[in-house]
Design a protein around this ligand. Structure first.
Ligand SMILES: [Zn+2]
Length: 208
């Protein structure tokens, strides 16, 4: 069965959120109808390859009027979202042969595997590690980061969300001996994964 990618699920959530924001803040019926139509089209482009049983869940977008309905719907959708493959600590270690000491979070026992990439930081060495999976292959990238000072904020280049303080940093890496200059990125990869609606920036950064 064709499944939704996690970033597509996020895109759908973002569109539905946009729709209910319109319900809250725009009184004009015609504007609301226009937004509903636009949301239907955008979601339609994402779900067109899915099975009819999944597509049927999306009937009648105008039923979404509040956050609770969106939350319930996202729960209903979760069995149809692709999961990140199970990866063991020793598999991860092999992706970073040059890193001598690495603390790897307990990814094997996570509750939710519907995310686009694995990421974690080592505060002691100011390192950020990224793992991505595509077509049977795992990719690993070790990076260094400099957190943003104080309460400054910036946009993450992966998920486009504004984050502040130690949630975001300037991330730099080396790829085949070449220094890849810094990008502002979420240091909390779980939060980043919730907002990712497009994998192209991450794939590019990781050299996939
Ligand atoms: Zn992010």
């Amino acid at each position: 069965m064709e499944l939704l990618k996690p970033y597509e699920r996020n895109f759908i959530r973002q569109q539905l959120h946009h729709l209910i924001q319109t319900v809250y803040f725009v009184g004009d019926f015609r504007t609301l109808r226009a937004i509903e139509e636009a949301v239907e089209i955008k979601i339609g482009e994402v779900i067109h390859r899915l099975n009819p049983e999944v597509k049927d869940l999306f009937q009648n977008v105008s039923r979404f009027r509040g956050q609770d309905e969106v939350n319930d719907f996202m729960k209903l959708l979760s069995p149809y979202v692709e999961k990140f493959p199970m990866v063991t600590s020793s598999q991860i270690r092999k992706l970073f042969p040059k890193v001598k000491k690495m603390n790897i979070p307990d990814f094997e026992n996570m509750d939710d595997f519907t995310f686009g990439y694995l990421g974690w930081r080592d505060v002691g060495t100011q390192s950020l590690y990224l793992v991505y999976y595509e077509e049977g292959e795992f990719y690993g990238l070790a990076c260094r980061y400099t957190p943003l000072p104080g309460n400054k904020s910036s946009f993450c280049c992966l998920c486009n969300q504004s984050r502040a303080g130690n949630q975001i940093g300037l991330v730099t890496t080396k790829r085949s001996h070449e220094l890849v200059s810094g990008n502002y990125m979420c240091l909390d990869s779980q939060a980043c994964n919730q907002d990712l609606t497009d994998m192209s920036k991450l794939r590019e950064f990781m050299g996939v």
